[in-house]
Design a protein around this ligand. Structure first.
Ligand code: NI
Length: 136
């Protein structure tokens, strides 16, 4: 079994705040991400898939095709968008990096199978010091 990873990047706005909490409680809980008038992050997204190398090509998956799937299913929907307002698969969520990783997994899982591989991990960083990994 071989694991192979494609990185894509996107920039998006969001806010972490409960509407029925005070600004102070939201700020205490979510820090800068509670800013009432939104803010953005430059996200890195790593998608790891697994499988056996195909004998004729030596590839687990065509990485260019995997990149196209990630762009089609995820990037075009989130890049330069507001995750809380614009994106069908995140707008009902508290848009933490954790929840984003789960939502992106759900968007990608079936399409990765169609490429002949299996989704292994969705990893996202919101800042350079923190990342989240979801393994399904
Ligand atoms: Ni934030």
């Amino acid at each position: 079994m071989v694991h192979i990873t494609r990185r894509e990047r996107f920039s998006a706005a969001h806010k972490l705040a409960h509407p029925n909490w005070s600004n102070e409680k939201n700020h205490d809980t979510f820090g800068k991400c509670a800013n009432p008038n939104w803010h953005g992050h430059n996200y890195n997204l790593w998608v790891t898939v697994k499988g056996e190398p195909e004998p004729l090509t030596g590839f687990v998956v065509d990485l260019s095709a995997l990149g196209d799937v990630i762009k089609d299913k995820v990037i075009q929907h989130v890049d330069h968008k507001n995750l809380n307002l614009d994106v069908p698969f995140t707008k009902h969520l508290m848009t933490s990096t954790e929840n984003l990783a789960i939502a992106i997994w759900n968007e990608l899982e079936n399409s990765v199978i169609k490429l002949g591989a299996e989704l292994h991990c969705v990893k996202i960083s919101e800042t350079e010091n923190n990342y989240v990994e979801y393994f399904g």
